[in-house]
Design a protein around this ligand. Structure first.
Ligand SMILES: Cc1cc2nc3c(=O)[nH]c(=O)nc-3n(C[C@H](O)[C@H](O)[C@H](O)COP(=O)(O)O)c2cc1C
Length: 183
């Protein structure tokens, strides 16, 4: 295994024999369609701004990073309306949606202004809103952000988490929502 200094950034474009990726051999459509073959769960990332405003958007770029310390990641489009609030805030929550929460996933991915109208939630210990009925939730300290391409990768340090025993997840694949069918 390669020794990795703590916080070292490993980059192929660093050092004397700098390497670069070749030009893409695919169209943007092919790239999107290929990515869409990766089945994911669905989350809504939520936060409350310093002035008390509620922020939230649907995201399926969530993944685990580290067990100790407990770290997770997700990525946000640079152009997203919630970028300012989420990048500046000290905490956010990642709500893993349950199978019956497709309407919420669609609402928090839409352009409607009133995303939070009639949405049931409680304030978590960090102040971030936790959506009622979610399969699980992670309250994260906004530990670090990495600008990559047209997105920003957020790494969150989990301060609190919980899950609903036996909850079925909402799934996303090929641009469509699914509920589970165990094999
Ligand atoms: C299933 C699904 C997953 C999504 N995942 C992400 C994601 O990981 N990152 C992202 O920036 N946008 C993602 N989006 C798109 C955002 O939810 C959408 O652009 C939203 O309107 C952004 O809100 P904002 O502009 O208020 O920040 C996803 C949408 C859907 C339907």
């Amino acid at each position: 295994m390669l020794p990795i200094a703590q916080n070292e950034t490993i980059s192929a474009s660093k050092g004397a024999g700098a390497l670069r990726a070749g030009a893409p051999r695919f169209s943007p459509r092919e790239f999107r369609a290929s990515l869409a073959m990766f089945a994911t769960g669905v989350t809504i990332v939520t936060a409350r701004t310093a002035t008390g405003e509620l922020v939230g958007l649907t995201a399926n770029s969530f993944n685990s990073v580290s067990l100790s310390p407990p770290l997770v990641l997700w990525s946000l489009a640079q152009a997203a309306g919630s970028m300012g609030a989420l990048a500046a805030g000290s905490h956010y929550a990642i709500n893993i949606l349950a199978a019956d929460q497709k309407p919420l996933a669609e609402r928090f991915a839409s352009r409607r202004e009133d995303r939070w109208t009639d949405v049931a939630f409680v304030d978590g210990v960090t102040g971030a809103p936790l959506l009622a009925g979610a399969a699980a939730s992670f309250e994260c300290f906004n530990r670090s952000r990495y600008q990559e391409g047209d997105h920003v990768i957020f790494v969150g340090e989990v301060e609190s988490c919980s899950y609903r025993e036996g909850a079925s997840p909402l799934l996303f694949h090929g641009g469509r929502f699914y509920t589970e069918h165990p094999l």
